[in-house]
Write a protein of this length. Structure first.
Length: 182
């Protein structure tokens, strides 16, 4: 198993939403999410978080980059990745993996969706949505019941499903297409 302890030191760790969508560019994903690409700007994730903080809390400010064949959305203090009304349609014709965490309440919400069908989901406070798919059985066994569901399994599952090893460099060195969704 990959050690994601480094993420606890990230400025995002306390409250974030991550969404990975297979096979789309950042521009395609912004348009699919309802954003106007021409209104978005390329910036670092830190710059994006600062820009998002200047908007109303009801506004969805997103930062999108490309990682290993997946468009990756990172948001500070947003629950968008836990919103099935948003993520399920967003997965149309492709695959989507999302992770939402609110550390202060020990909440973690994970989704794996393929073309509008939720393959696997869990909420730390509620447990699994259904039977663990065969593709994830070994990974879930490796995580073990002694692990706190809200302390990292989502990042491990993202790596298992996407093939993308989540690293500090993805957050610190990538440029993100950033702006407000309409």
């Amino acid at each position: 198993m990959t050690d994601y302890a480094w993420f606890s030191e990230s400025g995002l760790a306390e409250a974030f939403s991550f969404i990975f969508v297979r096979g789309l560019t950042p521009e395609q994903l912004v348009a699919r999410m309802g954003g106007r690409v021409e209104d978005f700007t390329w910036m670092t994730l830190d710059e994006s978080i600062d820009a998002g903080a200047r908007h109303d809390y009801k506004t969805e400010f997103v930062a999108v980059t490309s990682v290993g064949g997946w468009a990756f959305v990172a948001q500070y203090n947003s629950w968008l990745g836990a919103n099935d009304e948003f993520t399920v349609p967003l997965s149309a014709g492709t695959g989507l993996v999302s992770l939402y965490r609110l550390d202060i309440k020990d909440l973690e919400d994970f989704r794996w969706i393929e073309d509008g069908e939720i393959r696997f989901a869990f909420r730390a406070q509620d447990g699994y949505s259904e039977e663990v798919p065969a593709e994830l059985a070994e990974t879930m066994e490796g995580i073990g019941e002694e692990e706190d569901l809200y302390r990292g399994p989502g990042l491990i599952l993202i790596e298992r499903i996407t093939g993308v090893r989540f690293t500090p460099e993805i957050l610190d060195e990538s440029r993100f297409l950033s702006g407000v969704l309409s």
